[in-house]
Design a protein around this ligand. Structure first.
Ligand SMILES: *Cc1c(COP(=O)(O)O)cnc(C)c1O
Length: 456
């Protein structure tokens, strides 16, 4: 007899709870090869059905050695973010309800949740209250969307209809980026047909901030996109957004801000100054799956020009009943997709303004504490100004030793952090954006790093 739905979902919830309740004691990551996991999870395609409870059991056991514990407070690699319980629960409902936010008719509920989140996000992030919002897979696609809207708009202003004529014979578009932009900006521009050779990379200072004076020199009068950054992925530093927006708008350029995690600085009074002037930009990209601590995936694109946003993204077909209401497909390059705003709604509804502000402030305070502990140690140097949640650390004056420390920390399994190359030097890269990272977690993490420093 096959396991019924109620028993299956109840036992699956138990598996999830067992994982969550023991995640803090598990190795953060284990050394395991793809081949071993594939062997465990693979084999020939089954010829016949399997009981669903057995399927979930096989998945649990097969995936287990390859799970990376990013949400128990001990993960400092990349820029990951943990998971708020309310957001996780809402994510479960998004699957159980199986809602498709592409069109209002497909899910009035998902449309309403997206509209509510749009308003809350504008308020929280200090953006114009009428800005439009689309819920994407991540900041990668949010960058793509914002830049696509901008490209269409600056070409339209030059009398060019990119929708019908594409880029063939179009007026040349100047694309201005910072030297320290995120790699997803390059990919977004590549996919938009703008190539990499034509990008104008503005020099940055020692923290990776675009030099506004240098921006001044490269802005011409023609169609121009300027891609600014709120939160450098290494240092956490911010481009001078007010100056960039003012200079760019004098020349009628479109300003897109990549603020995958940095945009959240706006949510806390103690870091809001970092994004001064951000509301002047034309489009913004951010993530909910990083600092807002919702489960993967959710990025958000916001735009100060809703008509342009919708016109650039919309699609039509005779069988698509349009409501004149909110249709999610108008705001992202996707059609059918997951109702990924549901966990965003739950996170924002649960935390409220002070909750989000506290989350941001706590991460920044933990990053500063981590930096303070390490900078007190002989031979260890903190390379960046810790203005947000990112810390760069060099051990000795030695690339190899710094790499060895990272490897030793990783194989210890108690915490995880990665490396980067900052201004030609290898550094440990520490990111704090999990709500579960508390004083104790940072104390343990700093001890792990110090143990590795002494051992290497
Ligand atoms: C993480 C990040 C991105 C890409 O975001 P995804 O969520 O991985 O798509 C873009 N820009 C910056 C600054 C980031 O930190």
């Amino acid at each position: 007899m096959t396991t019924g739905r109620r028993d299956l979902l109840t036992s699956t919830a138990e598996i999830a709870l067992r994982y969550l309740e023991t995640a803090g004691e598990r190795p953060v990551a284990r050394e395991v090869s793809l081949e071993r996991l594939v062997e465990e999870l693979g084999g020939p395609l089954p010829a016949a059905p399997t009981d669903p409870a057995e399927v979930i059991d096989l998945l649990d056991r097969g995936a287990d050695p390859g799970l990376v514990v990013t949400s128990a407070g001990h993960y400092f690699g990349f820029v990951e973010g943990g998971v708020l319980p309310a957001a996780l629960a809402a994510d479960w409902l998004a699957s159980a309800w199986d809602q498709n936010p592409a069109f209002f008719a497909l899910s009035p509920a998902a449309a309403a949740v997206e509209e509510v989140c749009r308003g809350w996000l504008c308020e929280l992030l200090g953006l114009p209250e009428t800005a439009s919002a689309g819920f994407t897979t991540g900041a990668q696609m949010a960058n793509f969307t914002g830049l696509a809207v901008g490209l269409r708009r600056v070409l339209a202003a030059a009398g060019w209809d990119v929708d019908s004529d594409g880029l063939f014979g179009a007026p040349e578009v100047t694309v201005v980026v910072g030297e320290q932009r995120h790699a997803t900006v390059d990919r977004a521009l590549r996919l938009l047909g703008l190539g990499s050779r034509h990008l104008v990379a503005v020099p940055t200072d020692d923290q990776g901030r675009m030099r506004a004076s240098a921006l001044h020199d490269v802005l011409g009068g023609g169609p121009t996109l300027v891609c600014a950054q709120a939160g450098n992925v290494n240092t956490g530093a911010f481009d001078p957004l007010r100056e960039i927006c003012e200079l760019a708008h004098e020349r009628h350029a479109w300003v897109h801000v990549d603020g995958a995690f940095g945009l959240w600085a706006a949510a806390s009074p103690s870091s809001r100054h970092l994004v001064d002037g951000v509301e002047l930009a034309d489009s913004w990209a951010t993530d909910a799956h990083k600092w807002l601590n919702v489960p993967y995936d959710c990025g958000i694109v916001l735009c100060a020009h809703p008509d342009s946003h919708r016109a650039a993204m919309t699609l039509s077909a005779s069988y698509l009943a349009r409501s004149g209401s909110r249709d999610g497909a108008d705001w992202t390059p996707e059609s059918s997709r997951r109702a990924r705003a549901l966990p965003v709604w739950a996170a924002l509804r649960g935390l409220g303004r002070t909750g989000v502000s506290d989350l941001v402030e706590r991460s920044c305070a933990q990053a500063r504490r981590f930096a303070e502990i390490l900078s007190g140690v002989d031979g260890v140097t903190v390379l960046n100004e810790v203005v947000l949640n990112q810390v760069l650390v060099r051990v000795g004056d030695d690339d190899e030793r710094t790499r060895a420390v990272a490897a030793a920390v990783q194989s210890g399994g108690a915490i995880w952090l990665g490396t980067t190359v900052w201004r030609g030097e290898v550094a440990l890269r520490i990111s704090v954006c999990d709500h579960a990272t508390d004083d104790a977690a940072v104390t343990v993490a700093a001890e792990e790093v110090l143990r590795a420093v002494h051992a290497c």
